[in-house]
Design a protein around this ligand. Structure first.
Ligand code: KG4
Ligand code: ZN
Length: 349
């Protein structure tokens, strides 16, 4: 059995390295975010992202090892995100991981980033672990800057897509809305902060597809409505009502996300759920998720924020499990901007 892996995540703009044990215990996770480098452009610039991964990655490998208390002799495998993501960013992580695996003679495994988000529920550390009886099957809402999807997960490695967004991801909607308000990048967290003292019913905004009998989502109508609202208010009134605007926008997104998770739980008759991905850092989504779970008698796991936003620990968890199931990737493994067809099942994938 492989006892622990070193894992690497560079699929987007965060560089992250972790040392993760076979039982999901995170011995160390260290990350470098690039928000300052991308902020002047109002979004992620792929070439800046991969250049910064090159600068950050090997120092983080050293730091992750040191923090874990391990040296290279304690590392028995290498896991790396190799799909989906920005290709230049993935290339940095994949090339580094392959080199480390070759030089150390270690087994290598490429991991789907989204599977990482879904498996983050099973990570453990001194402060967090899911309830001991939390297991499969579960329903999951994975919401990030690039994805908003509801899954049914009957067992490790099987991810059934129940529904997904037809246009913008929830995080993308938060970021675009924040940009309209001049709140900087990434904007989700700013909207969350301002919304805390705002009135969520101050402005009426659309909840597209909320009543549809499926788990499909759409956030582009909400974005256009918000743009029209901001225009009609004008700059002075917009500034005065920032908190109410943020609270109303956030509430519209959270209403849709909870409604779709709720439907999935009912349709699948499944009393276990996970909310994960960068947007699950949102305080309103976390609070509403807990309220909903209590009301429905659903066992809900929302990993701590450090495992919800992009991180290498979740990649290590998937990697060590797959290596222990006998899976290996060869040194000619490549990065891919998209998932592989076999990664997910279901007609909406
Ligand atoms: O999972 P993640 O770190 O990266 C991707 O794989 O996309 O998600 C990043 C997204 C961004 O759109 C960011 O604005 C959003 O998560 N986000 C939030 C919050 N924190 C991060 N959205 C709403 N409220 C937050 N507190
Ligand atoms: Zn992500």
């Amino acid at each position: 059995m492989i006892k622990r892996v070193l894992s690497i995540e560079t699929s987007c703009d965060d560089t992250s390295v972790a040392v993760v044990r076979h039982d999901g215990f995170v011995e160390s996770v260290v990350s470098a975010n690039q928000d300052l480098q991308h902020a002047p452009f109002g979004g992620i610039v792929p070439e800046i992202a991969c250049r910064n991964h090159t600068l950050n990655l090997l120092p983080l490998v050293e730091e992750a090892l040191k923090k874990s208390g391990q040296d290279w002799d304690g590392i028995e495998g290498i896991a790396v995100t190799n799909r989906p993501g920005l290709i230049g960013s993935l290339i940095v992580g994949v090339s580094t991981a392959k080199t480390l695996a070759q030089v150390r003679g270690l087994p290598l495994i490429g991991v789907n980033h989204l599977e990482g988000h879904l498996q983050a529920a099973f990570l453990k550390d001194d402060q967090f672990s899911a309830p001991a009886d939390f297991t499969y099957p579960f329903v999951a809402l994975a919401v990030s800057g690039g994805h908003s999807t509801v899954y049914y997960v009957p067992e490790f490695g099987r991810y059934e897509v129940l529904g997904t967004t037809m246009d913008d991801a929830a995080g993308e909607a938060f970021d675009k809305f924040a940009k309209m308000l001049g709140l900087g990048f990434p904007g989700g967290v700013q909207v969350d902060k301002l919304a805390q003292t705002g009135n969520p019913t101050a402005f009426e905004l659309p909840r597209s597809l909320i009543k549809e009998d499926n788990e499909m989502m759409s956030f582009s109508g909400l974005k256009s409505s918000a743009a029209r609202l901001i225009e009609s208010l004008g700059p002075a009134e917009t500034q005065k009502r920032l908190n109410d605007l943020c609270a109303s926008f956030q509430e519209a997104i959270v209403d849709v996300l909870i409604a779709k998770l709720d439907r999935a739980v009912r349709v699948k008759k499944c009393k276990r759920a996970v909310i994960t991905g960068g947007v699950s850092a949102n305080s309103r989504l976390r609070a509403r998720g807990q309220e909903w779970a209590q009301k429905m008698g659903v066992q809900l796991v929302v990993p701590p924020i450090r495992y919800c936003t992009d991180n290498a620990a979740m990649i290590g968890r998937v990697g060590v499990e797959r290596l222990n199931r006998g899976e290996r990737d060869a040194l000619d493994m490549g990065p891919s901007p998209s998932s592989q067809p076999a990664d997910f099942v279901g007609e909406n994938r």
